[in-house]
Design a protein around this ligand. Structure first.
Ligand SMILES: [Zn+2]
Ligand SMILES: [Zn+2]
Length: 258
Protein backbone atom coordinates (compact mmCIF):
# COMPACT_ATOMS: atom_id res chain seq x y z
CA UNK A 1 0.00 0.00 0.00
CA UNK A 2 1.19 3.47 -0.84
CA UNK A 3 -0.31 6.65 0.66
CA UNK A 4 0.65 9.94 -0.98
CA UNK A 5 -0.05 13.06 1.05
CA UNK A 6 -0.93 15.43 -1.81
CA UNK A 7 -1.92 18.26 0.55
CA UNK A 8 -1.58 18.61 4.30
CA UNK A 9 -2.71 22.17 5.10
CA UNK A 10 -5.85 23.53 6.70
CA UNK A 11 -8.87 24.98 4.86
CA UNK A 12 -7.20 28.30 3.96
CA UNK A 13 -3.92 26.64 2.99
CA UNK A 14 -0.55 27.50 4.55
CA UNK A 15 0.56 30.27 4.54
CA UNK A 16 -2.75 32.19 4.34
CA UNK A 17 -3.52 34.99 1.90
CA UNK A 18 -2.65 38.42 3.42
CA UNK A 19 -1.50 36.63 6.56
CA UNK A 20 0.82 39.47 7.54
CA UNK A 21 3.72 38.70 9.83
CA UNK A 22 3.83 35.14 11.02
CA UNK A 23 6.42 33.15 12.89
CA UNK A 24 6.24 30.50 10.16
CA UNK A 25 9.60 29.84 8.47
CA UNK A 26 8.66 30.22 4.81
CA UNK A 27 12.15 29.21 3.70
CA UNK A 28 11.15 25.66 4.69
CA UNK A 29 9.14 24.04 1.85
CA UNK A 30 7.35 21.87 4.44
CA UNK A 31 5.63 25.02 5.69
CA UNK A 32 3.99 25.54 2.27
CA UNK A 33 0.93 23.33 2.51
CA UNK A 34 -1.90 22.93 0.04
CA UNK A 35 -5.41 21.86 0.99
CA UNK A 36 -5.74 18.29 2.34
CA UNK A 37 -6.16 15.38 -0.02
CA UNK A 38 -4.50 12.02 -0.45
CA UNK A 39 -4.03 9.24 -3.00
CA UNK A 40 -3.91 5.61 -1.95
CA UNK A 41 -2.71 2.65 -3.96
CA UNK A 42 -3.99 -0.53 -2.36
CA UNK A 43 -4.98 -3.99 -3.59
CA UNK A 44 -4.25 -2.97 -7.18
CA UNK A 45 -6.64 0.01 -6.97
CA UNK A 46 -6.02 3.76 -7.08
CA UNK A 47 -8.26 5.64 -4.67
CA UNK A 48 -8.42 9.42 -4.48
CA UNK A 49 -9.55 10.91 -1.16
CA UNK A 50 -10.87 14.50 -1.56
CA UNK A 51 -10.00 17.15 -4.15
CA UNK A 52 -9.51 20.73 -2.93
CA UNK A 53 -8.76 23.92 -4.88
CA UNK A 54 -5.18 22.88 -5.77
CA UNK A 55 -6.13 19.39 -6.97
CA UNK A 56 -4.83 19.85 -10.55
CA UNK A 57 -1.40 21.00 -9.35
CA UNK A 58 -1.31 18.24 -6.75
CA UNK A 59 -2.02 15.59 -9.42
CA UNK A 60 0.74 16.94 -11.64
CA UNK A 61 3.27 17.24 -8.82
CA UNK A 62 2.57 13.73 -7.55
CA UNK A 63 2.20 12.08 -10.99
CA UNK A 64 -1.36 10.91 -10.37
CA UNK A 65 -2.57 9.53 -13.68
CA UNK A 66 -5.33 7.11 -12.80
CA UNK A 67 -8.21 6.94 -10.29
CA UNK A 68 -10.44 3.86 -9.91
CA UNK A 69 -12.81 5.61 -7.52
CA UNK A 70 -13.12 8.80 -5.50
CA UNK A 71 -14.13 9.26 -1.85
CA UNK A 72 -15.25 12.67 -0.61
CA UNK A 73 -14.87 12.73 3.18
CA UNK A 74 -17.32 15.65 3.54
CA UNK A 75 -18.66 18.64 1.64
CA UNK A 76 -16.45 21.47 2.90
CA UNK A 77 -14.93 23.62 0.14
CA UNK A 78 -11.32 22.69 0.93
CA UNK A 79 -12.15 19.03 0.10
CA UNK A 80 -14.66 19.39 -2.75
CA UNK A 81 -13.70 22.53 -4.70
CA UNK A 82 -11.32 20.74 -7.09
CA UNK A 83 -13.71 17.99 -8.13
CA UNK A 84 -14.32 19.54 -11.57
CA UNK A 85 -10.73 18.55 -12.41
CA UNK A 86 -11.72 14.91 -11.98
CA UNK A 87 -12.92 15.37 -15.59
CA UNK A 88 -9.56 14.14 -16.85
CA UNK A 89 -9.96 10.90 -14.93
CA UNK A 90 -13.59 10.54 -16.11
CA UNK A 91 -12.31 10.84 -19.70
CA UNK A 92 -10.08 7.86 -19.11
CA UNK A 93 -12.74 5.64 -17.46
CA UNK A 94 -14.85 3.12 -19.31
CA UNK A 95 -18.17 4.91 -19.98
CA UNK A 96 -16.51 8.16 -18.82
CA UNK A 97 -18.19 7.87 -15.39
CA UNK A 98 -16.16 7.99 -12.19
CA UNK A 99 -17.58 6.27 -9.08
CA UNK A 100 -17.82 8.87 -6.28
CA UNK A 101 -18.63 7.91 -2.68
CA UNK A 102 -19.54 10.26 0.17
CA UNK A 103 -21.85 10.82 3.15
CA UNK A 104 -25.21 12.67 3.04
CA UNK A 105 -23.72 16.16 3.37
CA UNK A 106 -21.00 15.40 0.84
CA UNK A 107 -23.53 14.10 -1.70
CA UNK A 108 -25.77 17.14 -1.14
CA UNK A 109 -22.84 19.49 -1.85
CA UNK A 110 -21.72 17.51 -4.93
CA UNK A 111 -25.26 17.75 -6.38
CA UNK A 112 -25.39 21.50 -5.62
CA UNK A 113 -21.94 22.37 -6.97
CA UNK A 114 -21.64 19.99 -9.92
CA UNK A 115 -25.18 19.38 -11.28
CA UNK A 116 -23.68 19.09 -14.78
CA UNK A 117 -21.70 16.05 -13.61
CA UNK A 118 -24.82 14.20 -12.43
CA UNK A 119 -26.47 13.32 -15.75
CA UNK A 120 -25.29 9.72 -16.09
CA UNK A 121 -23.05 10.61 -19.03
CA UNK A 122 -20.76 13.58 -19.75
CA UNK A 123 -22.69 16.72 -20.84
CA UNK A 124 -20.09 17.10 -23.53
CA UNK A 125 -16.80 15.41 -24.23
CA UNK A 126 -14.31 16.44 -21.53
CA UNK A 127 -16.92 17.23 -18.87
CA UNK A 128 -16.84 15.42 -15.54
CA UNK A 129 -19.43 12.74 -14.85
CA UNK A 130 -19.93 11.20 -11.42
CA UNK A 131 -21.70 8.02 -10.37
CA UNK A 132 -22.56 9.36 -6.89
CA UNK A 133 -23.21 6.77 -4.18
CA UNK A 134 -23.46 6.70 -0.39
CA UNK A 135 -20.26 5.36 1.17
CA UNK A 136 -21.12 2.05 2.84
CA UNK A 137 -19.81 1.17 6.31
CA UNK A 138 -17.94 -1.68 4.64
CA UNK A 139 -17.16 -1.98 0.96
CA UNK A 140 -15.55 -5.11 -0.39
CA UNK A 141 -13.77 -3.66 -3.41
CA UNK A 142 -12.17 -7.01 -4.27
CA UNK A 143 -10.85 -10.06 -2.45
CA UNK A 144 -7.68 -7.98 -1.99
CA UNK A 145 -9.20 -4.77 -0.56
CA UNK A 146 -11.88 -3.76 1.93
CA UNK A 147 -12.75 -0.13 2.74
CA UNK A 148 -14.48 0.70 6.02
CA UNK A 149 -16.06 4.05 6.81
CA UNK A 150 -17.13 5.61 10.08
CA UNK A 151 -19.11 8.81 10.60
CA UNK A 152 -17.06 11.23 12.72
CA UNK A 153 -18.14 14.51 14.37
CA UNK A 154 -16.83 17.66 12.65
CA UNK A 155 -18.59 20.64 14.26
CA UNK A 156 -22.20 20.79 13.03
CA UNK A 157 -21.60 18.20 10.28
CA UNK A 158 -20.17 14.69 9.96
CA UNK A 159 -17.12 13.52 8.07
CA UNK A 160 -16.12 10.07 6.81
CA UNK A 161 -13.28 8.39 8.66
CA UNK A 162 -11.75 5.77 6.34
CA UNK A 163 -9.88 2.52 6.93
CA UNK A 164 -8.39 0.55 4.04
CA UNK A 165 -7.48 -3.07 4.60
CA UNK A 166 -5.67 -5.59 2.43
CA UNK A 167 -4.81 -9.12 3.54
CA UNK A 168 -1.79 -8.00 5.54
CA UNK A 169 -1.81 -4.19 5.70
CA UNK A 170 -4.02 -1.43 7.01
CA UNK A 171 -4.16 2.34 6.45
CA UNK A 172 -6.51 4.70 8.31
CA UNK A 173 -7.31 8.26 7.20
CA UNK A 174 -9.09 10.51 9.69
CA UNK A 175 -9.23 14.08 8.43
CA UNK A 176 -11.48 16.92 9.73
CA UNK A 177 -12.84 15.43 12.94
CA UNK A 178 -13.16 16.54 16.54
CA UNK A 179 -12.72 13.02 17.88
CA UNK A 180 -12.60 9.38 16.93
CA UNK A 181 -15.50 7.11 17.87
CA UNK A 182 -15.04 3.72 19.58
CA UNK A 183 -15.73 2.02 16.22
CA UNK A 184 -13.07 4.19 14.53
CA UNK A 185 -10.52 3.02 17.12
CA UNK A 186 -11.65 -0.56 16.62
CA UNK A 187 -11.34 -0.32 12.83
CA UNK A 188 -7.92 1.34 13.04
CA UNK A 189 -6.49 -1.19 15.51
CA UNK A 190 -3.12 -2.57 14.36
CA UNK A 191 -2.95 -0.11 11.46
CA UNK A 192 0.38 0.29 9.75
CA UNK A 193 -0.25 3.93 8.81
CA UNK A 194 -2.70 6.40 10.33
CA UNK A 195 -3.33 9.99 9.18
CA UNK A 196 -5.04 12.20 11.77
CA UNK A 197 -6.48 15.72 11.83
CA UNK A 198 -4.17 17.98 13.89
CA UNK A 199 -5.23 21.57 13.32
CA UNK A 200 -3.15 23.66 15.72
CA UNK A 201 -1.81 23.76 19.29
CA UNK A 202 -4.97 25.37 20.73
CA UNK A 203 -8.27 23.44 21.01
CA UNK A 204 -10.87 24.00 18.28
CA UNK A 205 -14.60 23.09 18.29
CA UNK A 206 -14.54 20.95 15.14
CA UNK A 207 -10.95 19.74 14.71
CA UNK A 208 -8.45 17.89 16.89
CA UNK A 209 -5.64 20.00 18.32
CA UNK A 210 -2.07 18.74 18.75
CA UNK A 211 -2.64 17.12 22.16
CA UNK A 212 -5.86 15.43 21.01
CA UNK A 213 -4.23 14.15 17.82
CA UNK A 214 -1.24 12.75 19.74
CA UNK A 215 -3.56 11.08 22.27
CA UNK A 216 -5.61 9.49 19.46
CA UNK A 217 -2.45 8.35 17.64
CA UNK A 218 -1.02 6.81 20.79
CA UNK A 219 -4.29 5.05 21.56
CA UNK A 220 -4.29 3.49 18.08
CA UNK A 221 -0.57 2.74 18.34
CA UNK A 222 0.07 2.49 14.61
CA UNK A 223 3.56 1.84 13.31
CA UNK A 224 3.49 5.30 11.72
CA UNK A 225 1.10 8.18 12.51
CA UNK A 226 1.04 11.34 10.42
CA UNK A 227 -0.67 14.60 11.37
CA UNK A 228 -2.54 16.53 8.70
CA UNK A 229 -4.73 19.64 8.14
CA UNK A 230 -2.28 21.85 10.07
CA UNK A 231 -2.50 25.67 10.25
CA UNK A 232 0.19 28.37 10.16
CA UNK A 233 0.51 27.87 13.93
CA UNK A 234 2.37 24.63 13.22
CA UNK A 235 5.89 25.33 11.99
CA UNK A 236 7.37 22.06 10.72
CA UNK A 237 10.88 22.79 12.01
CA UNK A 238 9.59 23.68 15.48
CA UNK A 239 6.97 20.95 15.96
CA UNK A 240 8.37 17.90 14.20
CA UNK A 241 11.21 17.47 16.77
CA UNK A 242 8.60 17.61 19.58
CA UNK A 243 6.60 14.67 18.26
CA UNK A 244 6.53 11.43 20.27
CA UNK A 245 7.92 8.19 18.81
CA UNK A 246 6.25 6.96 15.61
CA UNK A 247 4.34 10.27 15.22
CA UNK A 248 5.20 12.79 12.53
CA UNK A 249 3.88 15.91 10.87
CA UNK A 250 2.89 15.13 7.31
CA UNK A 251 3.96 17.48 4.51
CA UNK A 252 2.95 17.90 0.89
CA UNK A 253 4.44 15.20 -1.31
CA UNK A 254 5.23 12.81 1.56
CA UNK A 255 4.80 9.16 0.54
CA UNK A 256 4.22 6.49 3.17
CA UNK A 257 4.69 3.00 1.78
CA UNK A 258 4.22 -0.35 3.48
ZN1 LIG B 1 -10.83 20.57 5.83
ZN1 LIG C 1 -14.04 20.29 7.11
Amino acid sequence: MKLTFMGTGTSQGVPVIAGGKSALDLSNPRNWRMRCCAHLEAGGKHIQIDAGPEFRLQCLQNSIDWIDFFILTHGHADHIAGMDDLRRFCDRMEGNILPVYSNDYGMERVRAMFPYAMLGRPTERGYPCFDLKPMPEMMEVSDRLKVYSESLPHGPIRTLGLVFETKRKKVAYFTDCKMLTPRAYELAANADIVAIDCLRPEPHPSHMCVDEAIAAAEKIGAAQSYFIHTTTRIDYGVWEPKMPPRCHLAYDGLVAEI
